[in-house]
Design a protein around this ligand. Structure first.
Ligand SMILES: Nc1ncnc2c1ncn2[C@@H]1O[C@H](COP(=O)(O)OP(=O)(O)OP(=O)(O)O)[C@@H](O)[C@H]1O
Length: 215
């Protein structure tokens, strides 16, 4: 799905080669500051490497329209924005922004069910807890029906049991629809349980290599 070659980005990332396989769950781990978020941003065309190439389905991402690329490759940021209004307003925000058709309420409720968020569509989003807001943002991303989901620590605000429920349910849904998922996590447990492929980033200021890849 993605091929990255001879990547250099500031003094943050430097590695020879990395492949992200279609239909797989790739989990990125590595110590704080090793460049995990930076790598996701590169896949999302939010930043471009100083050296090397990022190919998406064989095409150089630098040559793709960033807005159109981000409809296919959707990123859930580490601290996702929650918009004023209801849960429903928040679920449909990404779709409205991308000018995609809005789903019926039943589909929105199904997305809430997938992320174990037991709230009505009319609940005020501002009243949700931090972990509930994180799940709401994950449901919003799921509804985008993208080809690739880039998830930056999507369960950081959840207790272990809820994190397991939510991540396994999200990944089951994405596998059913043959989506590609790239997820950053600090949780060894999540990485061990759910990765088809483990990508370990190393801090290039301390060590001399950037990526270790296990399939
Ligand atoms: N635009 C930028 N310019 C310069 N340095 C940056 C930029 N963005 C991030 N950095 C630095 O690059 C390093 C990697 O940041 P990044 O957010 O990718 O790390 P991370 O592995 O996701 O960390 P964490 O686990 O703490 O979220 C950090 O030292 C950060 O301060």
């Amino acid at each position: 799905m993605f091929e990255l070659k001879e990547i250099v980005y500031k003094d943050i990332l430097a590695f020879q080669e990395l492949s992200i396989e279609e239909g797989k769950v790739s989990i990125i781990t590595g110590e704080s500051g090793s460049g995990k978020t930076t790598l996701l941003k590169m896949l999302n065309h939010l930043i471009s490497p100083d050296g090397g190439n990022v190919l998406y389905k064989g095409e150089d991402v630098a040559a793709l329209n960033p807005v159109l690329h981000r409809r296919n490759v959707v990123m859930l940021q580490q601290m996702p924005a929650i918009f004023p209004g209801t849960v429903k307003d928040n679920l449909t925000a990404g779709l409205s922004f991308s000018e995609k058709p809005l789903p019926a309420d039943a589909e929105l409720e199904e997305a809430l069910h997938t992320v174990y968020l037991k709230k009505s569509l009319e609940t005020k989003a501002g009243d949700l807890s931090g972990g509930e807001k994180q799940r709401l943002a994950l449901a919003r991303v799921l509804l985008m029906d993208a080809e690739v989901y880039l998830l930056d620590e999507p369960s950081s605000a959840l207790d272990d049991e809820t994190a397991d429920d939510v991540i396994s349910s999200f990944l089951r849904k994405s596998k059913e629809k043959q989506k590609t998922v790239v997820m950053v996590t600090h949780s060894k447990r999540i990485a061990e349980h759910y990765a088809d492929v483990n990508i370990q980033l190393e801090n290039i200021n301390q060590k001399n290599r950037g990526v270790e890849h296990e399939g």
